[in-house]
Design a protein around this ligand. Structure first.
Ligand SMILES: Nc1ncnc2c1ncn2[C@@H]1O[C@H](COP(=O)(O)OP(=O)(O)O)[C@@H](O)[C@H]1O
Ligand SMILES: [Mg+2]
Length: 230
């Protein structure tokens, strides 16, 4: 579905992606973990085509539509939940108002926000804002959805609900998902594979059980930190 082959990317002479190679199969959820500033968001931006590689190739299955939940992906405060979710359809399709309403209703239902459709972002909880962002990412009938830190700033229980939702939406709609997160133990619960990036390189890409058992020092460091060890 998505394939990176030896992708290099620099900004003003500073290397951010340094030969990144991986592949994501249709239906799979890949979690991307790793320190801040290591190229996780830059990787997602290559998938949607907001950035292009200096060297190497990024290929996405032909015709695939990609939903994108931006890092810090805020809702527009002056629009209701329903209006926020409708935005991608208004911007990129010529659907009628009634058709847009039907798509939006379905996306809101998928994330359990039907009741809050006419509220403004300031009137709903942080977890609901994230769910609305998720609805906005899937409303265009995406084939793949990219989530950049979808649970940052949420309490653990709400974060777990978002993780479950990402898994459920992926499986029910037959999507492929990529989730950037700092929550390694959370990632192990919902992702099929975990990829660690560090200094613009893939340190490891493996199933959660194998990832947690890895002897690589960078991975051990991340695993022990995620278990709260000091
Ligand atoms: N459009 C850009 N122009 C210049 N530098 C950028 C741009 N996007 C990202 N960077 C730099 O690339 C590095 C990796 O960024 P990013 O992928 O956002 O990190 P993270 O892993 O935390 O998501 C950072 O040093 C960031 O400042
Ligand atoms: Mg980022």
């Amino acid at each position: 579905m998505i394939r990176f082959e030896n992708v290099h990317k620099s900004f003003e002479g500073v290397k951010v992606l340094d030969g990144v190679t991986f592949e994501i199969a249709h239906g799979e959820i890949l979690a991307i973990v790793g320190p801040s500033g290591t190229g996780k968001s830059v990787t997602l931006k290559h998938i949607v085509g907001l950035l292009t590689p200096d060297e190497g190739t990024v290929s996405v299955k032909e015709g695939a539509r990609i939903g994108y939940l931006f890092q810090g992906g805020a809702l527009l405060a002056w629009l209701t939940v329903r209006e926020n979710v409708a935005l991608p359809l208004k911007e990129t399709t010529r659907l009628s108002g009634t058709e847009i309403d039907a798509f939006v209703d379905e996306a809101l239902k998928a994330v359990g926000l039907e009741e809050s459709a006419d509220k403004y972002p300031a009137e709903i909880s942080g977890g609901m804002v994230k769910r609305a962002g998720l609805a906005r990412a899937i409303v265009r009938k995406a084939d793949a959805v990219l989530y950049d830190e979808p649970t940052s700033g949420l309490d653990p229980v709400t974060a777990r609900n978002i993780h479950r939702l990402i898994r459920a939406v992926n499986d029910e709609r037959g999507l492929t998902s990529v989730v950037v997160t700092h929550d390694l133990s959370g990632a192990c619960s919902f992702a099929d594979r975990i990829m660690m990036l560090k200094d613009g390189r893939v340190v490891l890409i493996a199933k959660p059980s194998e990832f947690m058992k890895s002897e690589l020092p960078e991975v051990r460091d991340l695993v022990s930190a995620s278990k709260g060890e000091i």
